[in-house]
Design a protein around this ligand. Sequence first.
Ligand code: ADP
Ligand code: MG
Length: 339
Amino acid sequence: MTLVGCIGGGQLGRMLGLAGLPLGLRFRFLDPSPSAPAADVGELVVGAFDDPVALARLGAGADVVTYEFENVAVASVVQLGALPPYRALELGQDRLVEKEMFRRLGIPTARFGSLAETGLPALVKSRRLGYDGKGQRRLDADEVISDHELAEEIVAFDRELSIIAVRGTDGETRFWPLVENAHRDGILRVSRSPVQGAPQAEAEELAGRLLDELGYVGVLAFELFDVGGRLLANEFAPRVHNTGHWTIEGAVTSQFENHLRAILGLPLGATGAVGSSVMLNLIGGAPPSEQLLGLPGAHLHLYGKEPRRGRKIGHLTLVGADEETVAETLALVESAADG
Ligand SMILES: Nc1ncnc2c1ncn2[C@@H]1O[C@H](COP(=O)(O)OP(=O)(O)O)[C@@H](O)[C@H]1O
Ligand SMILES: [Mg+2]
């Protein structure tokens, strides 16, 4: 029996578990909450993410350890020899270091650094610990920016895209079709794939540079702005990603299964789409399941979390739905969301 340890027991851990059970894998999660969503699909160690004793309990007897969020302490990943390699975390946890790496690799970005470099208006982001648009503010007038922050040019993008990639222990790399993402209030609402006229080859080339630089193993998500057909890198996440949830039903192999295959040194699965997918996040609340499951091509995922304002409690993926069904579903999901 192969045991996979995972730092974090949220919905991403839960979906890793759901993907791994059919492969005969067993799971153990570390999470500070005794009601962590992943507890339904594996053993749960309740403890702090940076507690060496709890980490040792997580790792005891595990064949491999991974993590489901990018703010894990580098020391925790080093202690357990977890995958993806700690270097990806180290470079990704500080937005300034991350953008400087993009620059070094010749990956285009928005202008960044000080206000002198970006001009006004600018977006100021905390260098560390931001997520879902938190720790960001727009500046319209000059102000002193602290060392803990980073200014970015505000990009008038045509659309936001992401590419989910996987790299195996042998360096083999595969990519899913590009995804188009819509955010509101900094939170992802809708992802669609495949994307009309998507610059797939260019996105793969840029993401491939990043994966090779990091000596990466596992799934990585790379967020991009499409500006008139030109791609600018926004950020990467060294983990399975919300914009890849559609792959569960919408691709030959899901991001979750391929992440497990990669970190276990197993052959990677095919990443092609099996139809057109639309993934909608259920935020703060969800319409009744009876209603959602009545929609053609609908697949419902509830994470077992208490609804709370602005909280992702599940998602719905429509595969092969016509635009009318998509519009109807969007309105339905939106009416039940709060925040
Ligand atoms: N430089 C920028 N110009 C315009 N919009 C941006 C810029 N940076 C971020 N955003 C918007 O804010 C969202 C969240 O920013 P991001 O840098 O991805 O941080 P987070 O870690 O919160 O996801 C992006 O998905 C995009 O919609
Ligand atoms: Mg982001």
